[in-house]
Design a protein around this ligand. Structure first.
Ligand code: NAD
Length: 486
């Protein structure tokens, strides 16, 4: 097993590992143990320049590489991911903290993105209308756009980068990736595997770091498009800055997802689904369930059983096969989350389950047990903000209409779920809820790679979503040719 530890990370530019020009680094921790896994450089704009230069040069030949040949490299990459799936999953658990089963699921979701991208020969096709007028035809040709910059969050170190670079590259672009400085190891392994699959130098580059690298990407005139996934304030900043600098941008942002539980649902399945969605990955998912809105009719029974189920959650190092919930990502995040729990108490939500008491004394990892607040209202800050942790709010309502109207007050709108056995309720939910990814009796309705990841409101900034045909549109530009032959 090839897990790198205690090493000084380098940038990957033009097929080589290159030391950053910055002397500043940040520690990468295993959040379950507090162990230092590596030191990541906080690279500079000069490092970005080097990577973009390499990517711009590689673009000249990569865009002309026949599409089936590009696709074949994607197929080899796909095979290598399958071969190394367990190693990749272990690495995810180590640097992110989610349990190994969830990490395996993440590898699978990343793999599906690569598989979708390998369809480039079909995805890149244009279209022709032979008779737009007499003896005249019109044809649409599709081309790559150039160098693309990608900026990713800590919570899906494999899946989210795989939303971006495989499709961008199979469409003929070259790429500069800035992985999260908190989970930078997985991206390194992916670039190694892609290179082993035959990817030419300069097509995929990694520049590690934080704000300076992001600004370097946003300001660089040779970067034509920016794909971002992360928190809402940063997404809004990226969207505005990239657009002001004349770039295409898609910025996927934060969330506060609601699950609505009606009296006619299968309550066992609803509880099972909500426990998974609220506390799996320690609540650090953009599709996590953060609020459960339950109808009064079953609220007491539902809440009692939910707390019982939460009491059974096993917390610990995700490498242990029995562990359901790992740590949160950093000590600083844990501190922020504990402040939110105090705030919830001050706001007079009823703290039904306090995850702070689940933590062993002298614990080195950043652990917090499942935390549940009842009688939360939409005026409370704990209802409004994305806490991004295993902290669940319960709102009690009289009916579906009230539940939907409350959910629609959220400024976020990634996902929403309805638990019911009523087709009529499903229709009402589908037609009136303001969120982009819906689930019916399904806990985390994240779309697969061939559909768009379609958040609404402040959960997404831009026009074309990540993945699916939207992704192909985002990573390509069109040329229209109108011809008359005499
Ligand atoms: P983050 O916004 O802190 O960081 C994301 C990226 O932006 C990182 O690469 C980071 O280095 C960079 N960054 C952070 N602050 C910056 C700043 N001030 N200026 C420029 N760049 C900056 O997000 P995170 O904590 O790594 O990830 C969690 C967030 O991502 C949550 O809000 C979650 O909902 C969101 N997320 C959204 C989706 C989605 O599809 N909508 C998917 C996954 C995660």
């Amino acid at each position: 097993m090839k897990i790198k530890t205690n090493k000084q990370l380098k940038n990957y530019i033009n097929g080589e590992w290159v030391a950053s020009t910055s002397g500043t680094t940040e520690k990468v921790f295993n959040p379950a143990t507090g162990e230092v896994l590596a030191e990541v450089p906080l690279s500079t704009k000069e490092d970005v320049d080097l990577a973009v230069k390499a990517a711009a040069e590689a673009f000249i030949t990569w865009k002309k590489t026949p599409v089936p040949k590009r696709a074949r490299i994607l197929f080899s990459f796909q095979q290598l991911i399958i071969k190394h799936a367990e190693e990749l999953a272990m690495l995810i658990t180590k640097e992110n903290g989610k349990n190994l089963e969830e990490a395996r699921g993440e590898v699978q979701r990343g793999l599906e993105c690569v598989e979708f991208a390998a369809g480039a020969p079909t995805l890149m096709m244009g279209s022709v209308l032979p008779d737009i007028a007499s003896d005249m035809e019109s044809a649409m040709y599709r081309y790559p756009i150039g160098v693309v910059g990608g900026i990713t969050p800590f919570n899906f170190p494999m899946m989210v980068p795989c939303w971006m670079f495989p499709l961008a590259i199979s469409c003929g672009n070259t790429f500069v990736l800035k992985p999260s400085e908190r989970t930078p190891l997985l991206a390194e392994r992916l670039v190694e595997l892609f290179t082993e699959a035959g990817l030419p130098n300069g097509v995929l580059n990694i520049v590690h770091g934080a704000q300076d690298v992001v600004n370097g990407i946003l300001e660089h005139e040779d970067i034509k498009a920016v794909s971002f996934v992360g928190s809402q304030p940063v997404a809004e900043y990226i969207y505005k800055s990239a657009a002001a600098n004349g770039k295409r941008v898609q910025a996927l942002a934060g969330a506060k997802n609601h699950s609505i539980v009606l009296a006619d649902c299968n309550i066992d399945k609803a509880i099972q689904g909500i426990i998974g969605a609220a506390f799996g990955s320690a609540g650090e998912r953009c599709m996590a369930c953060a609020v459960v809105t339950v109808v009064d009719e079953i609220a007491n029974e539902f809440v009692e059983r939910l707390v019982q189920a939460a009491n059974e959650i096993k917390m610990g190092n995700g490498i242990d096969p029995d562990v359901f919930m790992g740590p949160v990502i950093r000590q600083s995040h844990l501190h922020r989350v504990k402040n939110y729990i105090e705030l919830g108490e001050k706001e007079q939500a009823r703290l039904l389950r306090d995850g702070r008491i689940d933590v062993r004394e002298n614990e080195k990892g950043y652990f917090l047990g499942a935390t549940i607040f009842d009688h939360v209202t939409e005026e409370m800050q704990i209802w409004k903000d994305e806490i991004f942790a295993p902290v669940l709010s319960i709102v009690r309502v009289k009916d579906l209409e009230e539940a939907i109207s409350i959910a629609n007050k959220s400024e976020f709108a990634n996902g929403a779920v309805l638990y019911t056995s009523s087709g009529k309720a499903v229709r009402q939910f589908r037609e009136t809820i303001e969120a982009g990814m819906l689930g019916v009796n399904v806990n985390i309705p994240a779309p697969m790679a061939f559909f768009p990841f379609s958040g609404w409101k402040k959960s997404f900034y831009g026009d074309l979503h990540a993945n699916g045909k939207d992704g192909v549109e985002f990573f390509t530009r069109k040329k229209m040719v109108t011809s008359r032959w005499f």
